[in-house]
Write a protein that binds this ligand. Structure first.
Ligand code: ATP
Length: 921
């Protein structure tokens, strides 16, 4: 048992041979990685391949087939027994391979989701993947992080950790750096942070004492194992439907058997008839098709930057009616440029775009216009004002965790883009952030959190003795903390908060994101910063307003969602006016009760003032929600769900987790989001882009379409075969198709033809339909009618051709061969009908799914083998048929294609006519 909790922190540091201030040296870290291996848990499969293969036989239908094999063996029909067993085996192998591939696809998705962690190495902070962490690493934790390994904490600051993954305790545990008695149980080890747990608040530093399997989670993991879940509500529903159907069909087969016995027919014949009925009527390909279609959908979504964490989301996505999206970074580019500054009650324009520190800062207004007109040198702010401007820029540069880096002439930001913009602005104004950061070293900080809406840092100034607090945040928040301002002449004076807020609103009205800056002189020698140190008495320095342009692809995606009947709502922590301006640029639509037709916005305050009863209505009508707190996001989700909306909701912060869990589809940001949000989400975006949500919805709809297409394609064959057999049995005639032939039809066509529908591309109008009702059954009345129609056509066609061929050739084997070919060829032609449920295949493009053509070629080859290859003839009781026999087979198949085409055409005409009919109230 490890006793790291029982030792003082400095002894643990010695034990793992590290240095808290500097961290490990990178070469030492590399050596340790070699020695201890990567910090990952080995994959544990609950079932080995053999068990999973054997499970393929755990299916009622397979039991029937195995029983059939046994009975045919007893009857001495070696060939039939072999064929039936061979088909069962082949089916199990195909099922095993397909399932393993689907699982592997899902697992590789899980591997795409890498957890990152901040560590101190070579004296600097780095972000590395958690797999690279080694014992002795110094890990820096902050709220939203997933603890990457077992740590002995060396420093904490209100650190709270959700340890439910480990201990089951749902309330976060407050951590402390203290020595604990050796017998302390895991759940009470307050001086440790365990791998896999989530930081919900505060910060902490700790040294790694265990990685990979040497962690507490590693120990449990080995006990529990982990499996990829392939089940979704739909697969479960289909599985239980299949069970009921199987039971019914087996019942029918038993009745057939009894009937046959009673009539005194040979036992062999009636047994075979009963088996044929069971085999033919059960849609055995269905469960596999569902799993595969889902897996293909998941893969397509991943390629479009949406990673599914919980499989049921694939189904729900197709029914989404509302998408609630963050603004910054999701609808906008998150590329911030400061465009305006307020300092000393004067407004300055900042030139340039992006993070490149090129451009000057000039006072806005007439002076500049005049200067341009007369081509005079630009007016420089007077000396006092210049200092005030400098102080605003300095506050932005110091109260900042980001870094700008230049690579090949391109400037990029490491960290929060809002802060990157402040660094670029500082440089434009002649303040060098790097130099100032080392001159005015940071002593302590209160990090930015959305709920707090500000960040503050404590600095030791250049003089060495003086200390200063700099604070930045949302204008309303910061102004409320200030009682004076830095005036244009550099003196601290009383100020009018309303005037500042008006200025901020003017910036926000232009779609700019506004940050306010303030400072405060703490008592000399202060070395800690707490919330109470900044709860009043600050000096207001100024504002910086930055542009964050909308993502062009988000604009297009919003339009696509709107035409797909999906409402898009923006839920942001930003200012109401900024939010409204950006929403206007993006093209959101919602209620406008403004005289100028602008969108109306609900703020967090409005939400707080709205009653529970009134909220659903307000939430449905409003498209923009600003200054919203995470708890309010949860209320919004609940309010919309009260109206039966299916909601996809984005989130990135720790406190977004409840809303993400409550939403029908919680969407977390892969780049900018916290691990806590990702854990709570159903889907993670790898590019944080709104367009990817719209893409996932589109793919979700496609998955449903393709599943429906498969079902509509497969059921007529089962019904058709069932009807042919029932008719024959009822008439006391010979069976037009034998059990082994039915097995052949069902197994080969499902794999070679039906599964190809899983690869169907999206139909062009997929985003012009309204969302699917979640309660709506997969098969609508129209589709059921089509299934019955095709089943009857198959019955008539196969029986008709069988009788005709029997009469023509006087060979039952030839007649049966022709009947088998009718089934397969009708299925083949009908497959093209099923490529679109409403339109012709030309609507989706003749060659848009190459798999269909490969499948068709394979199927034709298989049919020719079955018909003309002597061994196949022996195994499946077929005989070669002549060219004349093919004529009715092909004519019939084409006729089915044309009849179903005509049926669709008639329905389209009918629908169009009905929609055009004037509404009568
Ligand atoms: P969303 O991503 O939800 O659309 P947002 O990113 O604009 O919204 P928050 O990050 O919650 O919202 O920011 C809310 C407000 O806090 C901003 O309007 C800004 O004034 C202020 N703010 C944002 N980032 C920082 C920061 N790094 N430091 C200080 N204040 C900040």
């Amino acid at each position: 048992m490890s006793l790291h909790h029982h030792l003082p922190a400095h002894e643990v540091v010695l034990l793992v041979e590290t240095d808290v201030a500097k961290g490990l040296a990178s070469d030492e870290a590399a050596r340790r990685l070699e020695r201890f291996g990567p910090n990952v848990l080995p994959k544990v499969r609950r079932q080995g391949p053999l068990i999973r293969f054997l499970l393929q036989f755990h299916h009622p239908l397979i039991y029937v087939l195995l029983a059939a094999t046994a009975v045919t063996l007893l009857l001495g029909e070696w060939v039939d027994a072999g064929v039936i067993f061979g088909v069962v085996l082949a089916n199990a192998v195909v099922g095993f391979i397909q399932e393993s591939r689907a699982e592997a696809a899902l697992e590789s998705l899980a591997a795409m989701m890498k957890t990152e962690a901040a560590v101190r190495r070579d004296g600097r902070k780095h972000r590395i993947t958690s797999a690279e962490i080694v014992p002795g690493d110094v890990v820096l934790l902050e709220s939203g992080d997933k603890v990457p390994a077992d740590l002995r904490l060396t420093g904490v600051r209100e650190l709270r950790v959700d340890e439910s993954a480990l201990t089951g305790e749902s309330l976060p545990v407050e951590k402390a750096d203290q020595v604990l008695p050796p017998e302390t149980v895991v759940a009470d080890r307050k001086n440790m942070a365990f791998s896999g747990t989530l930081v919900t608040y505060g910060q902490g530093t700790g040294v790694v004492v265990g990685t990979g399997t040497e962690t507490e989670l590693g120990r449990i993991h080995q006990l529990m194992g982990e499996t990829t879940q392939l089940a979704t509500p739909l697969t479960k529903k289909l599985a239980s439907f299949s069970k009921v159907l199987t039971a019914a069909i087996l019942g029918l087969a038993a009745v057939t058997f009894a009937l046959g016995l009673w009539r005194g027919r040979p036992v062999t014949d009636i047994f075979m008839a009963a088996v044929a009925l069971a085999v033919g009527a059960i849609p055995e390909g269905l469960p596999a098709a569902v799993t595969i279609t889902l897996a293909i959908g998941v893969g397509r979504m991943a390629r479009r930057h949406a990673i599914i964490r919980k499989l049921p989301a694939v189904e729900t996505l197709g029914s989404t009616t509302v998408i609630c999206s963050d603004k910054t970074g999701t609808l906008t580019k998150n590329e911030m440029t400061v465009q305006a500054i307020l300092a000393g009650d004067r407004v300055f324009d900042v030139e340039g775009a992006g993070y490149e520190p090129v451009g000057s800062i000039v006072e806005a207004g007439e002076a500049e216009v005049e200067a341009k007109a007369e081509a005079k040198p630009r007016p420089q702010p007077e000396p006092g004002l210049r200092d005030v401007l400098r102080e605003v820029l300095l506050a932005g540069a110091l109260c900042n965790d980001a870094r700008l880096i230049e690579r090949d002439g391109r400037w990029t930001v490491v960290g929060d883009p809002t802060e990157g913009a402040l660094l670029a602005a500082a440089r434009k104004g002649g303040v060098d952030p790097d130099r100032m950061a080392s001159a005015c070293s940071r002593v302590d900080a209160i990090p930015f959190e959305s709920e707090r809406q500000f960040m503050a840092t404590l600095h030791r100034l250049e003089s060495g003795r003086d200390v200063m607090i700099y604070l930045k945040g949302a204008a309303e928040k910061v102004v409320g903390l200030c009682d004076r301002m830095l005036a244009a002449d550099g003196t601290e004076q009383p100020f009018d908060p309303q005037r500042v807020l008006d200025r901020a609103e003017a910036f926000a009205g232009r779609g700019l994101r506004v940050l306010a800056f303030a400072r405060k002189t703490p008592p000399p020698g202060a070395d800690r910063l707490a919330d109470r140190d900044v709860d009043g008495g600050l000096v207001f320095l100024g504002l910086q307003a930055m542009m964050d342009p909308p993502r062009p692809e988000a604009v297009a995606a919003v339009r696509a969602c709107q035409s797909a009947g999906i409402a898009v709502k923006m839920i942001t922590g930003d200012h109401a006016l900024t939010a409204r301006a950006i929403a206007g640029q993006i093209g959101l639509d919602g209620r406008t009760d403004q005289p100028n037709g602008e969108l109306s916005v609900m703020t967090g305050q409005d939400l707080a003032a709205t009653s529970r009863e009134a909220l659903p209505d307000a939430a449905e009508r409003t498209a923009v929600f600003a200054r919203v707190s995470p708890e309010q996001k949860l209320r919004l989700v609940e309010a919309l769900q009260a109206r039966d909306q299916i909601i996809a909701m984005t989130g990135d912060g720790v406190n977004d987790a409840p809303a993400l869990k409550q939403a029908n589809i919680g969407v977390a940001m892969g780049c900018g989001g916290t691990e806590v949000a990702k854990e709570a989400a159903d889907m993670v975006l790898t590019d944080d882009n709104f367009a990817s949500i719209a893409a996932a919805v589109e793919e979700g709809r496609c998955v449903f379409d393709n599943l429906t297409k498969f079902i509509v394609w497969t059921l007529p064959t089962n019904m058709g075969e069932g009807l042919v057999l029932l008719t024959a049995i009822a008439a006391g005639a010979v069976l037009p198709i034998l059990p082994v032939q039915i097995l052949w039809i069902n197994m080969t066509t499902a794999v070679a033809l039906g599964l190809m529908l899983a690869f169907e591309p999206k139909e062009p109008d997929i985003m012009r339909r309204s969302p699917r009702e979640p309660s709506q059954p997969i098969l609508t009345g129209t589709l059921i009618e089509r299934i019955v129609l095709v089943s009857l056509l198959m019955l008539a066609g196969a029986y008709g051709v069988f009788l005709w061929e029997e009469q023509r050739t006087e060979s039952i084997a030839a007649a049966r061969t022709a009947a088998v070919n009718v089934f397969v060829m009708v299925e083949l032609f009908y497959l093209f009908n099923c490529r679109s449920l409403e339109h012709t295949m030309f609507h989706v493009g003749l060659f848009s799914n190459p798999w269909i053509w490969r499948g068709v070629a394979a199927m034709v080859a298989l049919q020719l083998l079955l018909t003309y290859q002597p061994i196949m003839n022996r195994l499946f009781h077929t005989v070669p048929i002549d060219a004349v026999a093919w004529l009715p087979i092909l004519a019939l198949s084409l006729a089915v294609y044309l009849i179903v085409g005509a049926e669709k055409w008639l329905r389209r005409q009918w629908d169009a006519a009905n929609q055009r009919r004037p509404r009568t109230v």
